[in-house]
Design a protein around this ligand. Sequence first.
Ligand SMILES: [Ca+2]
Length: 76
Amino acid sequence: MATEQELQSLFNTLDTDQDGKVSLNELFLSPGLSAIISAETGISSPQALLGMYGDPDGSITFEELKKVVEEAGNLN
Ligand SMILES: [Ca+2]
């Protein structure tokens, strides 16, 4: 479970180039944080997460990520 604030902070940390999106590369660069994302979304594979819920360019925005966590019932 995470609050929106915690999720935003996690997202910002993952978004190392600060373009407002988290890419597959950024998820791979931070395996520890990536594991938290997997737990909060219930989707274990970063490829599946970005493929199913992200943008066609292979990255995900905070709003998109928040929606997945919310649908998984993990947003406080
Ligand atoms: Ca980024």
